[in-house]
Design a protein around this ligand. Structure first.
Ligand code: NAI
Length: 465
């Protein structure tokens, strides 16, 4: 018996978990559940939403099926999902969206796989209040993280006999972060000449997905775009109740439905367990139990084809009635079906990321000083020159306001003030500069050292520069 961790989670988590438990029993899947806790209820009981014991069980058994967990909005504990993905380095989130039998949607025959980077981007939750009025989130994209997700995406595309992999980005605006994501994609693509590798800007992708979804095959995206686009794709095939996913790392994997804990219908026996069942099918394929996966998939498809739907899909069946119908269909399938459909093979070959590139060839050329200034009808009073550093630009909310002309924009009390030198600086000169401006009473809360590699600037320009 293979041991698998089961986290039932919150809200509808228990109902949909019980559905999977019953189906696996009926199918005699050789799995023993190691049931562990996580989520809001767990937090209320033990003061932590994700006990170390739960993480250790995943480390031990290598695979888990996870129900939805509630994350308080704005305040409260951190998201259990994000913590699991980060603690266990589950860097790839695979979200297939495929038209299901019996489900009527605007488009037939959709078959898209979204591969979302799962660790980086804004999900580091590196956030600070810069002033009482200005919040900042850092968006982190790394060469190594991009290499890992693109390598995974190409291997997945190859292993599943897919033809095309599209990199989704916003490199026209975020030239550095999305630029690095795209550049790494192009580098990894060199190793896969048999796969058609192209790229698209995320807004254009969204428009094309809702007009010509058949154009797309496998998509690879930075974390936040992947989060949004995968829900869009789920909508294309009938909604969140039908969208499964797998969080994959080098040695560990956690499978879960894309939807949340649905507090509005929790405890009412109304939840659609399909997405969770599909996630459990992905999990079975991942651990090599493909014939059981195939059998459960067939029974689920036969149920949907027969028009047996839960309320979210316009039907009258409760969660338990829907589950019982799948079990009836399972019992009709006498023998295991031969594996013909190898799709969603998430176990792929992994490659080591590139070693860190030292920045020793970069020269320090200046700094961006982020300053609080509350007289909105007046520019901040700053020295034009301080040591070797000259004030070259001030921006407010990313728009250049100095040197003049000052555009008519809404100003807030947070200014980015760029000082540049004509020669290379040492770090201690930056420290000296900070000491001097602090003595002049300038209220700063953040500094960014600016560097250059030959003629290439390692920092971005303000809008209007
Ligand atoms: P949600 O996905 O829970 O619900 C959105 C809507 O879809 C609701 O009307 C709900 O009733 C419906 N719905 C979702 N799953 C369904 C299903 N299986 N059957 C029938 N209807 C279903 O999203 P929401 O309301 O934004 O989030 C609720 C909580 O879940 C939040 O605390 C959120 O942080 C958490 N969440 C957890 C996730 C996870 O653990 N993987 C993923 C997304 C959200």
């Amino acid at each position: 018996m293979k041991k698998v961790v089961l986290i039932k989670g919150d809200g509808i988590g228990k109902e949909i978990s019980d559905s999977v438990i019953k189906i696996f029993e009926a199918c005699q899947v050789p799995i023993e559940w190691d049931i562990k806790e996580a989520g809001l209820e767990c937090y209320e009981k033990y003061g932590t939403p994700l006990p170390e014991e739960t993480l250790n069980a995943i480390r031990q058994h290598k695979v888990a099926l996870k129900g939805p967990t509630t994350t308080p909005i704005g305040t409260g504990h951190k998201s259990v999902n994000v913590t699991i993905r980060k603690s266990l380095e589950l860097f790839a989130n695979v979200r297939p969206s495929k038209t299901l039998p019996g489900i009527n949607t605007r488009f037939g025959n959709i078959d898209i796989v979204v591969i979302r980077e799962n660790i980086e981007d804004t999900y580091g939750a590196i956030e600070n209040m810069q002033t009482p009025d200005v919040a900042q989130t850092l968006r982190i994209i790394t060469k190594q993280g991009s290499f890992m997700i693109h390598s995974f995406a190409f291997e997945y595309t190859k292993k599943n006999n897919r033809k095309k992999l599209t990199c989704v980005h916003k490199a026209n605006i975020q030239k550095m972060s999305d630029g690095l994501f795209l550049q790494t994609f192009r580098e990894v693509a060199q190793k896969y000449p048999e796969i058609q590798a192209d790229d698209i800007i995320v807004d254009n992708l969204c428009m094309q997905l809702v007009t010509h979804p058949e154009k797309f095959d496998v998509l690879v995206l930075p974390n936040i775009f992947g989060d949004i686009v995968s829900d869009l794709c789920a909508g294309l095939v009938g909604g969140l109740g039908l969208a499964p996913s797998g969080n994959i790392g080098k040695n560990l994997a956690v499978f879960e439905a894309v939807h949340g804990s649905a507090p509005d219908i929790a405890g009412k026996n109304l939840a659609n367990p399909t997405a969770f069942i599909l996630s459990s099918i992905m999990m079975l394929k991942h651990i090599g139990m493909k014939n059981y996966a195939q059998k459960i998939e067939q029974a689920l498809f036969n149920t949907l084809k027969a028009g047996i739907f839960t309320k979210d899909l316009g039907g009258n069946y409760s969660t338990t009635e829907f589950t019982d119908h799948i079990i009836k269909e399972l019992n009709k399938l006498q023998t295991y079906i031969e594996i013909v459909n190898k799709e969603h093979e998430s176990k792929v070959e992994f490659f080591d990321p590139p070693k860190p590139t030292p920045s020793s060839i970069w020269k320090i050329v200046g700094l961006d000083l982020f300053v609080e200034w509350n007289e909105v009808d007046k520019l901040p009073e700053l020295p034009e020159k301080e040591g070797k550093l000259e004030l070259k630009m001030i921006s407010n909310r990313g728009t250049r306001i100095y040197p003049p002309p000052v555009p008519e924009i809404l100003m807030v009390n947070w200014y980015r003030c760029r000082y540049l030198a004509n020669e290379e600086l040492e770090l201690k000169e930056i420290v000296e500069f900070l000491k001097n401006v602090t003595e002049k009473g300038i209220k700063w809360m953040h500094v960014e050292v600016l560097r250059k590699q030959d003629n290439k600037e390692m920092f971005s320009k303000a809008q209007g520069e």
